[in-house]
Design a protein around this ligand. Structure first.
Ligand SMILES: Cc1cc2nc3c(=O)[nH]c(=O)nc-3n(C[C@H](O)[C@H](O)[C@H](O)COP(=O)(O)OP(=O)(O)OC[C@H]3O[C@@H](n4cnc5c(N)ncnc54)[C@H](O)[C@@H]3O)c2cc1C
Length: 484
C-alpha cells in the first residue's frame, strides 16, 4: 500500500528544540522534515559577522552550561560533526566597586576561597547539590508536574530554590561578595530578586558552573546548530530553510507535527484548528521582560581593572546585590534601568576563530521591559567602563538589537523575551498551560516543543526532546493517520 503521508514527522522551526525533536523522531527511523523560516538553521544558536568581516558574533546565545549538561545532547555524537567546547579558565567573574572581583571557578573550594567570611557557607550550600548535579539536571529539565526520578535531591534543591534570591543570599551569606555573586546568577531568571523562585536560577547556574563549566562553542554557537543539523541529516532527516510557515495547510502531511513556536505564533499558525478553551488559555500565556543587546568588535581585549575578569568567559556587571536587585525590580515594573545589570561574555578572548589576530569580540545584554525600543547602548557601556576604564577606546564597531529587532530576527523572541515566556512559578508549572502532558496540543498529531514548554528557555533541546517522546508514544498507540 503506498504511504499516504509525505513524512512521518514534520517540525516547524530549526532552533535547538526543533532540531532536538527532529533528531529524536528520525532516530526511531521516521521520515522527518524540518521547516525553518530563516535561510540558516539554529534559531537562538546562530552566529554571524554582525560587525566587521572576520568577527564572528553569537546573535543570541553564547554561553552553554545547559547544552553541555543536557541529558539529550550529551547522548548525541555532536563532536563527530565538529562541535568543540571552549572552556574559559573561570566560568564567571563579578567585579565590585572596591576593586575586588568575585570568581565562580570550576571548583567549589576555589570559589569559596575568594569569599572571605562566607568561605565556609558557600561549600555548605553548593557541595551537596554539585555532588548530585546529574540527578538534579535530570529532574529539572523535565516537566515539574511529573513525579521526580530523584526525589531526595530535588527536595533538597527545592527547599532552597523555592525562596527568593535575596532571602537566600541574606540567610546564607554575611558579606557582599557572595551576595553579589548570587544576585548576578539569579538575575538570569528575569524575575525581581525579591520574587520566588529566583533563587532556583542562581543555584542551577552555580551548580552547572562547578559541574560542567560555562563554555562557548568553538567558532560560535552556530556550530551547535550545524552539528545538530548534520546529525539529523545523517539519520535521514531533511531540512527546508527559507520556509516560513504562516498556516498549517502550508505544511506537507505529517503523522506528527512538532511546532518549535511560542503560544502567540501557535495561535497565528494553527489558531482556527485549536479548541476554544485551549486558545483562550494560550492567549493568557505571559511573556517576560526583553533584552537589549550589543555586540562589539574590539582591537584588543577588554581592559578590566581587576585582572581576574580577563580570565573568565562571562562577566556580570552590576556591582552589589542591592544594585542588581534594584535594576531587576525596575525592569519588572516596566522601566528601563539607568544602571542596568549587564551580562557580558568575551568569547573572542578564548576562541581565536572569533576575530582576526590581535582583535577580540564581546557580547553584552541587559534586561529591559518587554517590547522596549529604547537604546541602552550608552547605559551598557557606562557599566562596562565602570569596571574597565578605556573600554570605549577599544571598540572598532558595534551592533545593537532592541526588543523589536530581536523579534524580527526570530519571531519566537516575542517582545525581546529570550526565554519563550516568563519563567515565574506559575509558568514553570503551567507551560504553556497546566497539563500532565504540556507538549500535546489538543488536536490529534500536533505537538508544541519550544522553550514555551518545560523546562523552558536555554539551549538544551529538552523541550523538543520531550515533545518528540510524547509524539512517539502517541504514534505507537495510534493507528496510522495523519494531519497536515
Ligand atoms: C540575546 C539572547 C541571548 C541568549 N543567551 C543564551 C545563553 O547564553 N545560553 C543559553 O542557553 N540560552 C541563551 N538564550 C536563550 C536560547 O537562545 C533560547 O532559549 C533557545 O534558543 C530556545 O530554543 P527554541 O528551539 O525553543 O527556539 P529558537 O531557538 O528561538 O528557534 C525557533 C526557530 O523557529 C523558527 N521559526 C519561528 N517561527 C517560524 C515559522 N512560522 N515558520 C518557520 N520557522 C519559524 C525561527 O526562525 C527559529 O529558527 C539567549 C537568547 C537570546 C535571544
Amino acid at each position: 500500500m503506498p504511504n499516504r503521508f509525505a513524512y512521518d514527522g514534520v517540525v516547524v522551526g530549526a532552533g535547538p528544540n526543533g532540531l532536538a525533536a527532529a533528531i529524536r523522531l528520525a532516530a526511531e527511523g521516521l521520515s522527518v522534515l524540518v521547516a525553518e523560516g530563516r535561510e540558516t538553521v539554529g534559531g537562538g544558536t546562530r552566529s554571524t559577522e554582525l560587525t566587521l568581516p572576520g568577527f564572528v558574533h553569537d546573535v543570541c546565545s553564547a554561553v552553554h552550561p545547559f547544552a553541555v549538561a543536557s541529558p539529550f545532547f550529551r547522548r548525541l555524537p555532536l563532536a563527530h560533526y565538529g562541535l568543540a567546547w571552549v572552556e574559559p579558565e573561570w566560568p564567571l567573574a563579578h567585579p565590585l566597586d572596591d576593586g575586588r572581583a568575585v570568581v565562580l571557578a570550576r571548583s567549589v573550594a576555589q570559589t569559596a576561597a575568594g569569599l572571605g567570611g562566607d568561605q565556609e557557607a558557600y561549600p555548605r550550600l553548593m557541595s551537596p547539590l554539585v555532588a548530585h548535579w546529574e540527578n538534579l539536571v535530570d529532574d529539572l529539565l523535565r516537566p515539574v508536574v511529573r513525579f521526580p526520578r530523584h526525589p531526595a535531591t530535588l527536595a533538597q534543591f527545592g527547599l532552597l530554590g523555592m525562596r527568593s534570591a535575596e532571602s537566600l543570599a541574606r540567610k546564607w551569606f554575611r558579606e557582599e561578595p557572595a551576595r553579589a555573586l548570587f544576585a548576578g546568577l539569579a538575575a538570569h531568571s528575569f524575575l525581581p530578586l525579591k520574587q520566588s523562585p529566583s533563587a532556583a536560577f542562581g543555584l542551577v547556574l552555580a551548580v552547572l558552573g562547578h559541574a560542567v563549566g560555562w563554555p562557548f562553542a568553538r567558532g560560535g554557537s552556530q556550530q551547535i546548530a550545524q552539528a545538530l543539523a548534520a546529525h539529523l541529516r545523517a539519520l535521514g532527516g531533511e531540512i527546508a530553510t527559507g520556509f516560513q510557515v504562516a498556516a498549517m495547510d502550508e505544511l506537507p502531511i505529517g503523522r506528527a507535527v512538532v511546532l518549535d513556536l511560542t503560544p502567540r505564533q501557535l495561535l497565528k499558525v494553527a489558531g482556527p484548528e485549536l479548541p476554544d478553551s485551549y486558545r483562550a488559555r494560550l492567549a493568557r500565556f505571559r511573556y517576560g521582560p526583553g533584552v537589549f543587546k550589543v555586540d562589539y568588535a574590539l582591537d584588543w581585549p577588554i581592559p578590566w581593572k581587576n585582572a581576574a575578569c580577563a580570565r573568565a568567559g562571562t562577566v556580570h556587571l552590576g556591582g552589589s546585590m542591592a544594585e542588581i536587585a534594584a535594576a531587576e525590580a525596575e525592569v519588572s515594573a516596566g522601566h528601563a534601568p539607568e544602571r542596568p545589570f549587564v551580562i557580558l561574555a568575551q568569547p573572542g578572548l578564548f576562541d581565536a576563530t572569533r576575530a582576526p589576530e590581535g582583535c577580540s569580540t564581546a557580547w553584552a545584554y541587559c534586561h529591559v521591559p518587554n517590547g522596549s525600543t529604547g537604546d541602552m547602548t550608552e547605559r551598557i557601556e557606562r557599566q562596562i567602563e565602570r569596571f574597565a576604564p578605556g573600554f570605549r577606546d577599544r571598540i572598532l564597531a558595534r551592533h545593537t538589537l532592541n526588543c523589536a529587532q530581536m523579534e524580527s530576527e526570530n519571531p519566537n523572541l516575542v517582545g525581546g523575551d529570550i526565554s519563550g515566556g516568563a519563567m515565574d512559578w506559575r509558568q514553570l508549572v503551567a507551560r504553556p498551560i497546566l497539563s500532565p502532558s504540556p507538549y500535546r496540543i489538543p488536536v490529534p498529531g500536533l505537538y508544541l516543543g519550544s522553550a514555551s514548554t518545560p523546562p523552558g528557555g536555554g539551549v538544551h533541546g529538552m523541550c523538543g526532546f520531550h515533545a518528540a517522546e510524547t509524539a512517539l508514544r502517541d504514534l505507537r498507540g495510534r493507528p496510522k493517520g495523519g494531519r497536515g
